[in-house]
Write a protein that binds this ligand. Sequence first.
Ligand code: BGC
Length: 767
Amino acid sequence: MRIKYPSQQLKKEAICIKVFSNKKNQSFKLQQNTINAIYAGKKTKRMENNWYNKFLADPEHTGTIHHPVSNFIYSFELSQKVLSAKIKITARGIYQISVNRSHITDHKFLPGWTQYNKRLFFNEFELKTLLQDGRNDLEILLADGWYAGFLAHYGQPEDFKIAPDLSLTLEITFADHSTITITPETKGWQCANDGPIRYSDIYNGEFFDFNDQFSNYRDPILHDNDLVPIPSDALPIKNIEKRMPLSITKIDDKKYIIDFGQNITGSEVLEATIPLHQKVILRHAEVLNFDGTIYTKNLRKAKAETILIGDGSTIAYQPTFTFYGFRYIELSGLDKFDICAQVIHSEIKRVGDFSCSNILLNKLYQNILWSARDNFLDVPTDCPQRDERRGWLGDAQTFIKAALYNFDLQQFFSKWLDDVDLGCDENGAYPNIAPNIGQICAYFGQAGWADAGIICPWNLYLWYDDIRILQKHYQAMSRYVRYQEKNSDQLIYNKAQFGDWLNCDDPTSNELLGTAFFSNNAQILTKVATRLKKTEDAKQFAELAATIKKAFQKRFLNSDGELIETSQAAASLALDFNLLEQDFKIKVAKKLNESVVKNQYHLTTGFLGTPHLLYALSDNGYVHTAYRLLTQTTRPSWLYPVIMGATTVWEHWDSISEKGYADPKMNSFNHYSYGAVADWIFSVAGGLKTCESHPGFQRFIVDPKIDACLKNLNIGYQTKYGKIKIRWYQKAEKCFVVEITVPENTECLWQNNEILNPGLHKKEIMQ
Ligand code: BGC
């Protein structure tokens, strides 16, 4: 029997299981792992009290960037046999903890990135095996991280200051069941900042001097923080994959260019003997200049470099507190070295696969997977390389379905969505970025960005059938729709700060974008309220959705039932967000098709229109046009970057053109937003859709839209029941065969009208 339990962690001692039966003398046996399985739940008072609200900080940290990384040390003697030694630790900043010089975990960048002024995670580790008789040293390196580094200073006044701090409780239980507890208030803590990491910063990189050792220890300061840390629900961030160089080229007597063949997020591992006081610099870049040197202008203010000062010894070094977005490294200062790269991101499990007869499309798919991995480092980010790397909501909502088809992201997105809610302003408007850190995001309630607060939980529910995600976010979701209602003019909502971001000279008005997303939100809320059995709310949201639709039509349709705005995005949103009556749909879809055909099968949409464009076409009779767009290779198109050698998804349709690189003020080569097309590939080309009445793929819809642009296509999706496989191929000129594998305990709704039971099924589709 599996029982769902409220999501937050629970202390073992807080668990009480009562089992009732209507049969007399019925006995129950709890299985061994039962307690572990329910080791989740609410924070208890006792646990709160376990946290002393004192944090340790380095008195010499000036609150500015590039401060040396501090080491906090506590030494203690042990003479008895230890039964257990549990540490709970948190920080504002990022830390690495070791006992007797051994790292206690391979998790990186702990405790991760949250809305630090509202919630802070702690992690718990068992240290018993690392302890020894006699003297023991507990050491914690503390770096600025997201909390106090350049990222936090960005956009702040010159005199802005912020410094990291940490807190912990270490409880050691001895064989005689006596215990000792070490906290920040325990006498004996020391800290120093004259060690080898002269600075480490997420944007700028790490500076490591092998000649320096921590020696000038002094008392740390203790200060109060009333925020009670909560158990981390983040996926661990780790070194995930090692990559060897594709080539190493010497470009002058002092410099090498190392090509890893793939744009990744991570860092290098360098093995070399660095002569005493020799400076070695490793600079990171996504692309090269035409002369073979690295191109770093698009990193803007992020220095993204590792600097090492040798002491004559042989080292194996990977930066501890930073990461880079790069394919190339320029290394100077060494002639003999071994180098590899480590891909770093949250430990997300791959669940989807796709391949087809078009090799360029296959490569596009690989690029999309890479951009997802590269941007899923604790928070879903816009890009991993420049002075940005933030949790932009717009990017996440465009990409979420594509991501869910390919990775198990239940935990990853659940964690982030808590910060999305916490970032709301006092009126209930969602922020542009989460965690929302100060000056950089003074705007709230912007169309296409704020809406992630509604679109993402709804999709998580559809994918994972976890009603708790809706329960948890319902208040914020409904509050935002009410906010939009209040802040609209006769239901026309016009806050859309970024427009159809990065469209190709085919803009859409703020009013249209704002109202389309507002309507979509009201439609989602109707379904959410229904699921939560809030009948009155559901009725109200349904009425609201219907009146927004009318207002939309009144404002944006002319007397012939055509949209008064001619952008491809306007038509795509109107169609895909179900804002039109059937007759008008036909007209608007026809115009959209004409626009694409007239443009020689090129799109003109930006971040907001693009995810809806192919759906708007294929759902309204223009499947072939959708395939032509998908397989287009000239600019602007999805396959153009592939032809140009991209290994990840670009921020712009023309990040590289015959004119060279696009404006470095904003030109990332690793932005997943346009990779949203993978959701159309899975749900329309592959035909696999979630079923709203049976979320979590217990029942799923298969209804592929096939076109002879492709000869065959395969997709796979690993559900919790087993793997769904869909494969179609051309059998004869106008005949395609579709094979569907339906896993045990699920059922498939074929073309919305026939139930297929578990097993392999074959269907024919005539073109
Ligand atoms: C980011 C985007 C983001 C945007 C807001 C950019 O600088 O990189 O991806 O959504 O700002 O328009």
